[in-house]
Design a protein. Structure first.
Lengths: 527, 392
């Protein structure tokens, strides 16, 4: 595996640094950022941040959404220019004006949204954008090098596969390979596990550790405490553009980190009133449905939710949760069985009729479905109520009422946005989710269907979302909560159902639930 | 000196105005170079063009004559484009409507009261345009057939069909072999305002106003903008995507059709060769230059009509090919497309040393001439995940 001399020819302009061999430089400081400041209209995203990264170190950047983690890293990789401050790479002052400059210095970043071309192969994507490439690149050599790298870092991926054929986890591997192929020594990973299954996350952790043993350093952005604990050597906590703490990972614990990150004690348990269920609101009888590919996704599901009850649906993603929510909201038709809401059979109704019968829905995909990125916050908040007075009258919408509604909800749900007219895609994930929640709760008559409502959100936003769900339940509404987070289900839900391959594997009060039992059911083992 | 691109958080109103004007300026410069190559004085040529299009009352009315069909097709195309339905079939919808209007005007007069002949002819024309657009709309919404190809191909079908009629069964027996139908009865003539400019102008302006209200102030318009942005989001909000796209494309076709109906009833008073001089394609430029805003369409139409009329004048006065007007038209589109970079991105210029950067917003016209390839290469890279970046 030690063919550092036999490296392939078509490398970028820089001389190949030995990849997959013992670290060359040994100790030493790779990166130092000094007094970095960067402001956006209305926000100080980086407020005099100092950061250092040693060779062979894994640094976690922890902070809530909007704390300034991504901004700082975008500065390091040359996407943004700092307003002031300086960057030293390997002890020398560096002007990083573009990702290309960063790449030349051995700095690369894996973004949250992958930058891959779907219709091209893995090898083509890896080579794409390299400087000094001949007109017809030598793909054979490139493939060989990719195979070598993927073998030595255990990043299994077929160089001839097309990107669209790959799972999200595999696509991430391609992104990492891209950086390794360019001899990156400093890898920045932006919330790398947000899109991964637990197994994939574990594999990634192994890759990061492998790179560390090669003398490569990584910085990863996260807001998950467990990740900090399992991945990093050192952690830097950011809040509102400032460094609030810097610690060796072994000297801290998740609770302390959470407090540092949010700036106050965090309640991991949610306060809720006593459980006193009322009449049945939602009832599913023998419901079966197909997924987008036409394969069975739900098999004879029987469920009911009563007024004032939160039914938590546990399960590994892709076991029918999305289809369940879509069948209830009539976005997908049931193949068999019946759904009734407040004793009215809703099977076969249109999505609009279900909305009008008082069903609110927080969809799984908040950026493409829940919110319309290029429309304003105010418009997004009005998307349920625009059909009725006061938002519209006689077929005409009333922009002033849109604004009034927006101002009220922004205040009520503490949505932080520069203005109601801002396009919603410029808000952080947490604030987009709060906006959707604000709108849906307003439209909720008797049933709220929430699919992964806290996924990808920081602690503060997660807490806010959970509180709102519980508040709806306390108001006597029925809530269906789909989640992968077992702790969330146990603390928020009253009853828990576990889905596995479209079947309800178990149904029990959350008071009697324990994480182990749920985990076993999620894996398909009969309790 | 290096250029930097940062994505804008909010739309800059100033850029929305400056970019089209700057694009026009850039295209004037580029066309000027072409004129120099053809050994013509650019300034004299532009002066002649301007004079030819706006220099006299008669010239101005001729410009209006060409602005009307551009306005209506531009509006029609804008509606469809808002929904990301790429209707490039305005030419065909216009032609089919011209045929349908001619049919009513020529053959319905024996039994239709004269007062009704014109309104019915216009109505049938608009319906025919809608129906013609309905074909790709139906294929798209029910079978997911790509609309670009279908709308384009149907243009040829429509144009050849109209040729068949005025060369064949509908040809005027007293027309000395001229390809065209007999003239319409006078009851089917659209009243004229001045010169050849006809009442279609009022209709075009009214349509722009009404369409703006429909798109920006009605519930249906709100639903259309949701659909145009994300069909999945629209479905989730209980909005019928297929039905609404279908209806909006019918509206698009009706507007484009109306342009053809006005041409035959207002200008030629018969169906004949040269019904459209590519209005349906220029409509695409109109729509983009107006940034799909109906209220901007009349102004852009007037400008492009001026280029068409002025281009004809150049041929006569300067002895240059009339195609020079078309060259200029094409030259406008490129800087427009490049210019969208400046509405979406903030561009900064920095010196090689020091992190200080000079904002360039005020100097957009100058920057618009910056080498486009470099801009294009950097733009995708400067689209980082904007999940945070500080609005929180």
């Amino acid at each position: 595996m030690k063919d550092k001399e036999g490296g392939p020819a078509p490398r970028a302009a820089r001389s190949p640094r030995a990849a997959c061999s013992p670290g060359e430089g040994g100790e030493g400081r790779l990166v130092e950022m000094r007094g970095i400041r960067k402001s956006f209209p209305g926000v100080q995203a980086s407020d005099g941040i100092d950061l250092r990264l040693e060779r062979g170190e894994v640094l976690a950047l922890l902070g809530e959404n909007g704390a300034g983690k991504s901004t700082l890293m975008n500065i390091l990789v040359g996407l943004y220019r700092p307003d002031s401050g300086e960057i030293l790479v390997r002890g020398a002052r560096a002007e990083i004006e573009s990702p290309r400059d960063a790449s030349a210095l051995g700095i690369g970043m894996v973004h949250q949204n992958f930058m891959l071309v779907d219709s091209m192969t893995v090898a083509e994507n890896v080579v794409l954008g390299l400087r000094g490439l001949p007109f017809v690149p030598d793909m054979k050599a490139a493939k060989k090098e990719i195979l070598r790298l993927s073998e030595c870092y255990n990043l299994k991926v077929d160089p001839d596969a097309f990107i669209w054929q790959l799972s999200v986890g595999e696509q991430q591997r391609v992104e990492i390979l891209k950086l390794l192929y360019r001899d990156a020594e400093i890898l920045v990973l932006d919330e790398p596990t947000a899109v991964l299954t637990p197994q994939e996350a574990e594999e990634l952790s192994a890759v990061v550790h492998r790179m560390r043993s090669e003398g490569k350093s990584s910085i990863f952005i996260t807001h998950k405490m467990e990740e900090v604990m399992s991945f990093s050597d050192r952690v830097m906590v950011l809040r509102k553009g400032k460094v609030v703490a810097e610690k060796a990972t072994k000297d801290t614990d998740p609770k302390e980190l959470a407090r540092l990150m949010v700036g106050r004690e965090v309640l991991f348990r949610v306060e809720k009133g006593p459980f006193s269920p009322g009449a049945t609101v939602l009832e599913l009888k023998g419901v079966s449905a197909l997924d987008d590919r036409g394969l069975p996704a739900l098999r004879e599901v029987d469920l009911r939710i009563r007024a004032g009850e939160i039914l938590g649906v546990a399960g590994v993603a892709g076991n029918g949760q999305r289809e369940l929510a879509e069948v209830i909201t009539c976005l997908r038709s049931a193949k068999a069985g019946s759904v009734s809401i407040n004793c009215v059979d809703t099977t076969g109704m249109s999505p609009l009729e279900v909305i009008q019968s008082g069903v609110a829905h927080i969809p799984q995909d908040r950026n493409q479905v829940g919110a319309v990125g290029d429309m304003s916050v105010a418009s997004n908040l009005a998307m349920k109520g625009y059909r009725q007075k006061p938002l519209s009258a006689a077929g005409l919408i009333r922009p002033s009422r849109f604004r009034q509604l927006a101002v009220r909800l922004i205040d009520l749900f503490k949505i932080s946005t520069p203005s109601p007219e801002t396009r919603i895609k410029f808000l952080s994930g947490g604030n987009i989710q709060k906006s959707i929640l604000a709108r849906e709760i307003g439209a909720c008559g008797s049933l709220l269907v929430a699919v992964y409502p806290s996924r990808g959100l920081d602690i503060g936003a997660t807490e806010a979302v959970r509180k709102e769900l519980v508040a709806e339940r306390d108001k006597g509404k029925a809530v269906l909560l789909v989640s992968e987070d077992i702790d969330e289900l146990i603390s928020v839900a009253d009853t828990i159902a576990v889905l596995f391959e479209g079947r309800v594997m178990g149904l029990f009060p959350s008071a009697e639930a324990d994480a182990e039992r749920i985990g076993a059911l999620m894996a398909g083992m009969k309790a | 000196m290096r250029l930097h691109f940062e994505k804008r958080k909010t739309l800059s109103v100033r850029a929305l105005f400056i970019v089209p004007l700057a694009s026009l300026a850039v295209s004037l410069v580029l066309t000027g170079l072409i004129l120099l190559l053809s050994k013509a004085d650019p300034f004299a040529t532009y002066a002649a063009m301007f004079k030819g299009a706006f220099g006299s009352w008669r010239a101005f009315t001729e410009t209006l004559v060409k602005a009307v069909p551009l306005m209506l097709t531009g509006l029609g195309v804008s509606v469809a484009f808002k929904l990301k339905f790429w209707n490039i079939g305005a030419e065909g919808q216009l032609t089919v409507a011209g045929v349908a209007t001619a049919w009513v005007a020529l053959f319905w007069s024996p039994w239709l009261p004269p007062a009704l002949l014109l309104p019915v002819a216009l109505l049938v024309g608009a319906l025919a345009g809608a129906a013609w657009a309905g074909i790709p709309a139906f294929l798209k919404t029910s079978l997911k057939v790509d609309e670009t190809l279908v709308t384009l191909m149907l243009n040829y079908v429509a144009i050849l069909f109209s040729e068949f009629l005025y060369y064949g069964p509908w040809r005027d027996p007293k027309g000395y072999g001229f390809p065209g139908t007999a003239p319409f009865p006078e009851a089917a003539w659209l009243p004229r305002i001045a010169g050849r400019a006809h009442a279609g102008l009022y209709a075009g302006l009214a349509a722009a106003l009404v369409l703006w209200v429909v798109l920006y102030r009605t519930k249906w318009g709100f639903e259309l903008s949701i659909i145009g942005n994300s069909q999945r989001a629209a479905r989730y909000q209980g909005i019928s995507v297929r039905k609404n796209i279908f209806l909006a494309v019918l509206l698009s076709g009706a507007l484009c059709g109306l342009a053809g109906s006005f041409e035959v009833t207002g200008i030629s008073h018969r169906l004949q060769q040269g019904l459209s001089i590519g209005y349906g394609y220029t409509a695409i430029i109109v729509a983009w230059m107006a940034q799909l805003n109906p209220l901007a369409v009349p102004f852009v139409s007037l400008l492009l009509a001026g280029l068409l009329v002025g281009g004809d004048q150049v041929q006569m006065v300067m002895g240059l090919p009339a195609a020079m007007g078309l060259v200029l038209q094409g030259m406008i589109l490129f800087p427009m497309l490049a210019g969208s970079l400046f509405t979406e991105y903030r561009v900064r210029l920095s010196r090689a040393e020091g992190p200080t950067a000079v904002a360039l917003a005020a100097a957009v016209p100058a920057a618009a001439q910056a080498p486009a390839p470099e801009a294009a290469a950097q733009a995708p890279a400067s689209e980082p995940s904007q999940s945070e970046g500080g609005t929180n």
